[in-house]
Every structure is written in C-alpha cells, then in structure tokens.
Design a protein. Structure first.
Length: 105
C-alpha cells in the first residue's frame, strides 16, 4: 500500500490511509468539542440505550435506507435535520452519508 501525505496544509507526515496524521487527527477531534458540547447529552445516551436493547432482540429498519439493522452492525441514533428530535436508528454509513451531503448543500 502506498503512503499518503497528511491532509493538513503544510504537514509532510506520510500516513497509510487518507486523512490526517495522528497529531492533526487529535487536534481536529479536540476542536469538535465533547459529545455534550455537540448536543449528545444524557437524553441522547438514554434514547440510544433504549434502541440498543431493541436491536439486540430484533432487527429494526434503518431510518434512511429502510434495510434491516442487526445487533452485529454499526449504527447511529439518527436525528432530524433541525437536531431537535430523532428519526431512529440508521446504519452508520447511511447517517454519515446524509451528514456529508447536508454539509455540501
């Protein structure tokens, strides 16, 4: 596998994947703020746990693609576009794709 240069302008560190070197990845993550600062507090944790118990028993449909989510899959608790409520569980890839598309509108 070929090495790539860190995506941070001016950084010449070579890495195995695309993105940022460990130093710049930590800086970017820290700049995002804590999960509480981003709006994922106690209520979010409780709702996610509630859905996790359901998904552990029975597959549920992704709120984005409407395909099943099973206990062995990565999933996110997806929220409404205004971030005031929840759509329900979504595949991690579906949720991240929707966020990326929204960021580029």
């Amino acid at each position: 596998m070929s090495k790539r240069v860190c995506s941070q302008p001016g950084c010449a560190v070579l890495i195995d994947t695309s993105g940022y070197c460990p130093t710049h990845a930590r800086e970017r993550d820290k700049a995002r703020g804590s999960k509480q600062q981003r709006g994922y507090g106690k209520a979010h944790d409780q709702e996610r746990k509630r859905w996790a118990r359901i998904i552990a028993r029975v597959p549920v449909l992704c709120s984005r693609c409407h395909l099943p989510i099973t206990a062995d899959m990565d999933w996110h608790l997806d929220h409404t576009p205004d971030r005031r409520g929840y759509l329900g569980p979504s595949h991690a890839t579906c949720n991240l794709s929707a966020a990326g598309k929204a960021a580029h509108r």
